[in-house]
Write a protein that binds this ligand. Sequence first.
Ligand code: BTN
Length: 247
Amino acid sequence: MELIQKHFEEIDSTNTWGKHHAEELPHDKITLVTASMQTAGRGRFNRKWVSPADENIYASFCFFIEKHRTDIGNIPQVLALSAAEALKTLGFNPELKWPNDILLSKKKVAGILAETTPLSDQLCMILGIGLNVNMPLETALQIDRPATSLAIERSQHFDVKMVLAGLQQQFVKDLNIFLEEGFQPFLFSYRKSITQSATQTIRFHDNRAVWSGTFEGINDDGSLRLKLPNGESKTFVAGEILWPTEF
Ligand code: BTN
């Protein structure tokens, strides 16, 4: 699938725009919606996504996918890997926090918000990514979780357009592979990129409860497996690993 781009100087949220305009988007292309700033940037779990002007990437990849596919939940993980790959090309050493946070130096540099809208026999997937490119340290310190940017890590200014170009090129390539072959081709590098190491104690919330356990691994379908204190292995398909500061 090829990509077309739509840019806004200012918007509430590129994901919200994608959701509201899904019906008008071409079914055979990826529409990449970008903005220089967002006035109501959204994160996972109804959080805000700090989106000041001209510093960072705020982008939503909008595309159509067959409703019956059972592996749609892996697509955000593929985008996380594409972002990690793009950062590696710039000389960084990214890691992933399950399911799709991108970290540098154990702090979050990018996050992904995946949303879908059903349209007849297809789903429009709106896959938003926020990547902190030139966010200064003062702003990162105001975020209530460990956050960083490319500029903070490297003490250097980056060209936002150049970073986005690398990311979109990588994702278009990876999405086409995923649509043909599924998640399997990505499993090895996904597992390798995960920051949690075997037997590390973690706390996890799955929207209903907080669990603690040790990290056991990533299943073939991308789900997370924890070993609970009673010795039982438990698989999670959604949720979030808590940061050490949230314990
Ligand atoms: C997260 O909580 O980690 C997900 C953050 C996703 C932020 C991006 S910025 C572009 C797109 N538009 C939004 O409102 N959110 C996503």
